[in-house]
Design a protein around this ligand. Structure first.
Ligand code: NAI
Length: 463
């Protein structure tokens, strides 16, 4: 089966870049990305490519090439569903905030709404692709909904989890380590798998496209994120031991990373991982394990989250302790708010939690991030519901010029590893700060010896 029309429901961090690359690499396929969020779609259609709703290096070029040719962004969801032979579901699957499974299970209401909408609108056979990260066996639920609408349309469900990392999304999509496609092992299922293999086959080598049954594919995505996050929590747990023993976590990471069985990636100690996925997907895994009565499995993975929370608290508490046990009324400069560099995404960013603790201690935080807006930062704090909006606005000031944040500060906290921080005029910053001038580098990005030479008191995680 040759695909000519693709629809993707959800124009977010995954749907947008993924479909842009699929469209760029398959000029013969019409790709329509739809979303209920009109503002987001308008931004995807903005003639100025600097205004795309998400920032990813290189994305503007891909969108610029394909948009209007065979890539379209629209709010007309029904029309796009009707036209497509293949529909990707790429909507958000956040942690449930209510009812059974609150704080743990994935909230699948957006997925179910999509399935019901597809069932209502479809008049011809379609392949439905799960692009969102989903609990294992969700495909069964989607199929039940689709197959019980009585309009005689045949649906094949595929699982095609996305492994891109924000900040390097375009690079990852252009040259993925692997593409994973799960489907039913029936003749019709295999045919559907083949159709999707051909879409990726335009630019991904066949040997890098793995095909499996549905459940293996769904579970592999949760497993991949759990393993990645576990490495971060593992090295972070040792960073605390390094600090009390005189070992240096970066030296330890380097030494163990040379072991080919361990490998060097994802061994950087930090103030903790963030992002929309790691925490939510591990909680989801923990919930699934518990629901099957596998308590030991659940406890094992939950520890990854517990360690991550500990690391964020430890960082903030250490700041307070170092600043003579009080930050009340002190100006604390935040460099970075995004959960990692090269993205404007702040979901679950460590900066939010560190800020929350310091605001409880009555600090005056002045934050600078090259890509995150003030509106976003206040929204992140309000979402925690620790205090009312006006208190958050009083405690946090957001500036567009980093030196405004740094001038006169008692301490600096580096919370995102943006490259530009390394190139600042650190002598000038020192001269304009309160003394002693403290730097708390939560991402190990700055040159500690050089800063100490200038006169800074520098704390780096794990040293
Ligand atoms: P997002 O929140 O940026 O985008 C989801 C979009 O879906 C939103 O714009 C929302 O308005 C739209 N939407 C929700 N329900 C809709 C409906 N019924 N009809 C039309 N539009 C609807 O989420 P993001 O980050 O793109 O994540 C999507 C999925 O991909 C999640 O399951 C996530 O776990 C997974 N994922 C995310 C990665 C990331 O780096 N952000 C990486 C890999 C997977």
């Amino acid at each position: 089966m040759k695909i000519k029309n693709i629809c993707c429901i959800g124009a977010g961090y995954v749907g947008g870049p993924t479909m842009a690359v699929i469209a760029q690499k398959n000029p013969g396929i019409k790709v329509t990305v739809v979303d209920l969020n009109e503002k987001r779609i308008a931004a995807w259609n903005d003639s100025n490519l600097d205004n795309l709703p998400i920032y990813e290096p290189g994305l503007d070029k891909v969108v610029g090439e394909a948009r209007g040719r065979n890539l379209f962004f629209s709010t007309e969801v029904d029309k796009a569903i009707d036209e497509a032979e293949m529909i990707f579901i790429s909507v958000n699957t956040p942690t449930k905030t209510y009812g059974v499974g609150k704080g743990m299970a994935a909230d699948l209401k957006y997925i179910e709404l999509c399935a019901r909408q597809i069932a209502r609108v479809s008049t011809n056979d379609k392949i439905i692709v799960e692009k969102s990260t989903l609990p294992v066996r969700t495909a069964q639920a989607i199929k039940n909904i689709l197959d019980n609408t009585g309009n005689d349309v045949n649906f094949q469900i595929l699982s095609n989890p996305e492994f891109l990392a924000e900040g390097t999304a375009v690079e990852d999509l252009m040259a993925p380590d692997r593409v994973l496609i799960g489907g039913e092992q029936t003749p019709e299922g295999l045919e559907a798998i083949d159709a999707l293999v051909n879409v990726y086959g335009s630019w991904v080598a066949r040997e890098n496209i793995i095909t499996t049954n549905l459940w293996s594919s769904e579970l592999s995505k949760l497993t991949a994120n759990a393993f990645l996050a576990q490495r971060v929590s593992s090295i972070n747990s040792l960073s605390e031991l390094c600090e009390v023993t005189g070992a240096d976590v970066n030296e330890v990471a380097n030494a163990i990373g040379k072991d080919s069985r361990i490998g060097p990636k994802f061994l950087k100690a930090s103030v903790g991982f963030g992002g929309s996925c790691f925490q939510k997907d591990i909680l989801n895994l923990v919930y699934i394990a518990k629901s099957y009565g596998l308590d030991a499995v659940a406890d094992y993975w939950e520890q990854v989250i517990i360690m991550n929370d500990h690391q964020k608290h430890r960082f903030a508490k250490n700041m307070v302790k170092t600043l003579y046990n009080t930050v009340s009324g002190k100006k604390i400069a935040f460099l970075g708010w995004a959960f990692k560099k090269d993205t404007n995404d702040t979901r679950e960013s460590a900066a939010i939690y560190v800020a929350d603790i310091l605001l409880d201690e009555q600090a005056n935080i002045v934050a600078y991030d090259p890509k995150v807006t003030a509106e976003q930062m206040y929204g992140d704090l309000d979402y925690l519901q620790t205090r009312d909006s006006s208190s958050n606005e009083k405690g946090l000031t957001v500036v567009k010029n980093p030196y405004e944040a740094l001038n006169d500060a008692h301490a600096i906290a580096v919370l995102t590893e943006w490259d530009e921080f390394k190139g600042y005029d650190w002598q000038k910053i020192y001269d304009n700060m309160q003394k002693p001038a403290f730097v708390f580098d939560g991402r190990s990005v700055l040159d500690k010896p050089a800063l100490e030479q200038i006169g800074f008191q520098v704390y780096v995680i794990g040293q």
